[in-house]
Write a protein that binds this ligand. Sequence first.
Ligand code: ATP
Ligand code: MG
Length: 750
Amino acid sequence: MSESKDFLRSIVEEDLKSGKYEEVITRFPPEPNGFPHIGHAKSICINFGIASDYKGHCNLRMDDTNPTKEDTKYVEALKDAVQWLGFNWGENVYFTSDYFPKIYDYAIQLIKMGKAYVDSIDEEQMREFRGTVTEAGKRSEYASRSIEENLELFEKMKNGEFKDGEHVLRAKIDMSAANMKLRDPLLYRIRHAHHFRTEDEWSIYPMYDFAHCLSDYIEGVSHSICTLEFENNRDIYDWVLDTLGLEAPRPYQHEFARLGINYTVMSKRKLLELVDGNYVSGWDDPRMPTIAGYKRRGYTKESILNFCDQIGIAKANSMVDVAQLEFCIRDDLNTKVPRVLTVLDPLKVTIVNYEGTEEIDAPYYPHDVPKEGTREIPFSNELYIERDDFNENPPKGYFRLTPTQPVRLRHGFIITCKEVIKDENGKVVELKVEYHPDSKSGNDTSGIKVKSAIQWVSAKEAIKAEVRVYDRLYASEAPEGLEDLNPNSLTIIKDALIEPAIVTEKIDERFQFERQGYFYADPVDYTDEKPVFNKIVGLKDSWAKKTSDKPVEKVEQKKQAKNEQIVGTEVSMNSEQQILFDKYTNELGLNAEVGNILARDEKLSSFYKEGLSELNSPINLANIIVTEVARELKESNELKFDAKQIAQLVKMIDDEIISSKIAKQVFEDMAKTGENPAQIVENKGLIQISDPSIILPIIDEIMEKNPDNVSKFKEGNTKLLGFFVGQVLKSTQGKANPKVVNQLVAQKLK
Ligand code: ATP
Ligand code: MG
C-alpha cells in the first residue's frame, strides 16, 4: 500500500470503523467492447488494490448492456489484463446480463410505485423538453399514463412488439431538477440486437444509470468507485436504490480522476478505429496503450503497477507525462536485466594486427548491483561496430572512434583507426584498425586514454536479428485522431547483429542492448532461427532531445557525457543525494523522476529548499523547478528571478488566480525581465477567468458555431466535451479556469 492514504482509502477506513460495512466489496466494471488500456489499469489497481488492502473482495464484472458493440474476445482480453497485473477476482466473472431478469423486476416495481413511465415522444422532442441549465424542462404528456397502461406497454416492449426507438421507460423524478441528469432519465430502451450472451432473449436493454447501481446492489458491493465524469450520475444512483427501498447496507458511489497521458489516446472507440483501419497490427500492437500492447512490447507488470502507484489517486483530472511511464519501465529493468552487445547499423572493422580467435569473459550485470552471471563474447579480427560510432569529421565533443581518436571496444581492447575504406559514392564501408594487446578491459596497462567504450560483435559468430524500434504512436501532445499519428512510429531493422549468447543462453527475454535501449524477444514472432526483438524503451528520454532546438554538438556532448559513465547507466547517488531523494519522494510526495532530478542537482535542490521556505506547495514548486527553472539555469548563467518569486508564481496557481498554462507564459516574462509575477499578471491582464457570467456567453457562442458537434454530443458522443472545453480555453487564450469551463460546458450540453 502507498505510504500515505488516498481519499478513497480514507473513506473505506471510516466506513469500516463506523460499522457501515462488515466487508469491503469493490468491483471493476468494464464494458467488453474493446481491449483494456492503461487507464483501466489505474482503475484495476484502485479497485482490486483497495479490496486487498482491507481484506475484502473485488468483483470483475462485465458491464454488457450494449449488445451491438460487445464480444467474448474482449471479455477474454479483460480477464487476461487483470490476471497479468496480478489480481484475482475469485471464482466467477460476473456479467450485468445475468441480472437482466432482476433488473426487469425492479423496473416493474418502479412502475407499480408510479415512479416510472413509458414515454413515446421522439428523441428530438425529448431533447427539447429537457430544458437547459437555466430553464426547467417540461414533462411529456405520456407521463400521465396509468400504471396499468405502463405495465402493459413495458411488457410489450420486452416482448419485442415495438420497433427500436418507439418507446422508452423513464424514471419519474423531476423535470426541473438542477442536476439535469435527474430530469426523468431513461431506464430502458428498445434494441433489437443479438447479445453475445443472452442472444435474442431481450428486446429491451437497461441503461447504465439503472443497471449499474442495481448490479452493485445485487453483488453486495460496498464502494462503487468510478471516474469523475459520473459525478452527476451519482444522484440517479442514489435515487434508484432509495426509491426501491433497498435495504442497508447498500453501495455508495465515489469518484476519482481518470488517467490521461499526453501523446496517448485513451478511448476504446479511438483505439478500435486504429485496429479496424489497420493503422496498427492489432489490439496488442506494441505501440498501443492497451495492456496487451504494453505486455507484448515488453513492459513488466511491476512497471505498470509502479506507475499506477506513483500517479496516485486524485479528485481533479490532470494530464500525466508519458515520460513518467517510460521512466517506470526503465527504472524496473535497469537493475534487473542482462546487458549485452548488439549492432543495429553495422560497419565492418578489420583488425590488421590480430590473428585467430578468443573469447572474452564479460559480466551480464556490469553495474553496481551485485548480480552474478557472465558469458563469453567471441572476439576475432573481423568485427562490426555501430556506423554511428565512427566519424571521419567529428563535431566538437565527439568521444568515439575517429581517424585520430582511439576508442575502447566494450569489455575488450582499445582500437585505433588506420585506414578508412569507401565505396565509389564515398560511403564508408570498412575500417582497418589496430588493436592494443595490452589494453584489455580490466587489465589495461597500455596507458592509452579513451573517452568512451562502444559496442561491437564478431562478424562470424554474430546472429542476425530483426529489431522493431517503436516510437510514440502519436506525434501530437494532445492527439485527437488519425491526423495526429506519428508516421515514424515503427522502424523495422532487418539486419541487426547480436552477440550469440542472447540466443544460445536465453538468460532472459528482456535485455539491455548496451547504449541502445531495452529490448524484448517478441512473444509472437521470435524464433531461434529468426530472432525478433521489440524495443521497449530507450535508455533515456529521447523526446526531450528531439524537441529541443539545441545545436547538434551540444546534444552530442550531453549524450557523450552520459555515455562516459559507461554506456548509458545512471550513476548511483551519493549518500547526501539519496537522503534528499528519500525525503522528496517519501515526505513531500514527489514522484521518483522529479525527485531524482532535484536530488542530483545541487543548484536545483537548494533553489527548491528556498522555495519551500516561502510556500508549502511541494509538488507544484518541484514541477516548475525541474522544468522551467532547470531549463533557464542551463541556458543562462545568471537567473533574473529568485526562489521567492517562483513561490509567488506557484501560489497564484494554487489559488487558481492563473492556470498552469498561463503560469508558463508569466514565467517566460519573469525570466527575461525579473519582474514580479503578480505584476506581470496584472499588467498583461492574465488573471484566470472563473466567473460563469463571463464564460457562459462564450460557451453559447461556440455551441452556436458548432451545431453539428452539439447534436453529436447529444446523441451520445460525450467525448466531444473536450472539444468544447478546448474551444473555450482557446478563445480566452487559456485564461478561462479549465475546471469551471468543464463544469459549465457539461451542464450546458446536457
Ligand atoms: P473508454 O472511454 O476508454 O472507452 P470507458 O470508461 O468507457 O473507457 P469502461 O469499460 O466503461 O471504459 O470502464 C471500466 C472502468 O474503468 C470504469 O470504472 C471506468 O471509470 C474506468 N476507466 C476507464 N478509463 C479510465 C481512465 N482513463 N482512468 C481511470 N479509470 C478509467
Ligand atoms: Mg464506456
